[in-house]
Design a protein around this ligand. Structure first.
Ligand SMILES: Nc1ncnc2c1ncn2[C@@H]1O[C@H](COP(=O)(O)OP(=O)(O)O)[C@@H](O)[C@H]1O
Ligand SMILES: [Mg+2]
Length: 268
C-alpha cells in the first residue's frame, strides 16, 4: 500500500481578462498526509481546484509550488479516471481496457466491465455509449491496471440513484478487497460520507482546506445513522455559500443483467 504527503501545494494560473496580467490562486498551501490504504474524498465547489489537485498528484501538472512525496520513496502505479472519459474512439470498450493491460487479462477485463455494469457492452465503440457509461468503462480500465493509487474525478456522476448506490458498494468492496489508496473527487456529500475513510473539503476563494475529517465507521454505512448524519450536516453547512452544482441523470440504459462476476472480483 502506498501513502503520500502533500507539502505546501500552491497552484496559480494566469487570470483571464483585459489589462495587466494577474494570477489566480486555486490551491493554497495544501499540506496533507494520506495514509497507505486510505479512501479519501475531496469535495468543494466547482472551480476550487479539485481536478488540479488530482493532476498534481498524478504528476500531470508541473506548474505548482510545493512537493508530493510517496511513502517508501517509490513512485506508485497510478490509475486515473478523468472527468471526461478518455477512451480511444476507434477501439471497442474491451479493447480500450486491454490496450494497457497485461496479456491474458481478458477474463478479468470482462469481470470488471460486469462490476461497473457494462456487461454486454464490451464490443461497443465509445461513441455508442452514454457519457456515464464511458466513464464507467474508464473506471474499469483503471481498475484493470491494479494501481497502488487510484485517482477518481467524479466517476459516478450522472448515474441514476439506484445504479449509483450499487456502484458505490462495488467500489467500497473493491477497495476493501484490493486495498489501493484512493483519492476521489465528488460533489456528492452522501457519497463522500458513505464511502470514504476521510473527507477533505476545499474552501472557495482561499483554496485552502476548510474541513478534514476521518470517518472511522464500518461499511456499509447509512447516512441516517447519527455519526454519518452529523458529518453530512457539517458538510451541508459548510457548502451553504457554494454555488449549486449542476448534474444530470443518464437515461435510456437497460438494467444490468444479474451475474456473479462482480462478486467474484470482490472476494479475491
Ligand atoms: N491549465 C489551466 N490554465 C488556466 N486556468 C486553469 C487551468 N486549469 C485549471 N484552471 C482554472 O483553475 C480553477 C480550478 O480548476 P479545476 O481544478 O478544474 O476545478 P474543480 O475541479 O474544482 O472544478 C478553474 O477556475 C480553472 O479555470
Ligand atoms: Mg473538476
Amino acid at each position: 500500500m502506498i501513502g503520500l504527503t502533500l507539502e505546501g501545494i500552491t497552484r496559480r494560473f494566469p487570470a483571464e481578462g483585459p489589462g495587466e496580467t494577474t494570477e489566480k490562486t486555486v490551491l493554497q498551501d495544501i499540506s496533507l498526509a494520506i495514509e497507505p490504504g486510505a479512501f479519501v474524498t475531496v469535495v468543494g465547489p466547482s472551480g476550487v481546484g479539485k481536478t488540479t489537485l488530482l493532476r498534481i498528484i498524478a504528476g500531470l501538472d508541473h506548474g505548482f509550488q510545493g512537493r508530493v512525496a510517496w511513502s517508501e520513496n517509490r513512485q506508485p502505479k497510478i490509475g486515473m479516471v478523468f472527468q471526461e472519459p478518455r477512451l480511444a474512439p476507434w477501439l471497442s470498450v474491451i479493447d480500450n481496457l486491454l490496450l494497457i493491460a497485461a496479456p491474458g487479462a481478458r477474463a478479468e477485463a470482462l469481470d470488471l466491465l460486469d462490476l461497473v455494469e457494462l456487461a454486454g457492452s464490451e464490443n461497443a465503440l465509445p461513441r455508442q455509449l452514454s457519457g456515464g457509461m464511458q466513464r464507467r468503462a474508464a473506471l474499469a480500465r483503471a481498475l484493470l491496471a491494479k494501481p497502488d493509487l487510484l485517482l477518481l474525478d467524479e466517476p459516478l456522476i450522472s448515474l441514476d440513484s439506484t445504479r449509483a448506490e450499487r456502484l458505490r458498494s462495488h467500489l467500497v468492496g473493491y477497495w476493501q478487497a484490493r486495498k489501493p489508496t484512493i483519492v476521489m473527487v465528488t460533489h456528492d456529500f452522501v457519497e463522500a460520507v458513505e464511502l470514504s475513510s476521510r473527507v477533505i473539503a476545499l474552501a472557495p476563494e482561499s483554496g485552502r482546506i476548510a474541513l478534514d475529517r476521518t470517518i472511522p465507521l464500518p461499511h456499509p454505512r447509512r447516512v441516517t445513522d447519527p455519526a454519518e448524519a452529523a458529518l453530512l450536516d457539517e458538510l451541508r453547512d459548510l457548502a451553504r455559500d457554494w454555488p449549486a452544482p449542476s448534474h444530470t441523470t443518464e437515461e435510456g440504459e437497460a438494467a444490468p443483467r444479474a451475474s456473479n462476476a462482480a462478486m467474484r472480483l470482490l472476494t479475491i
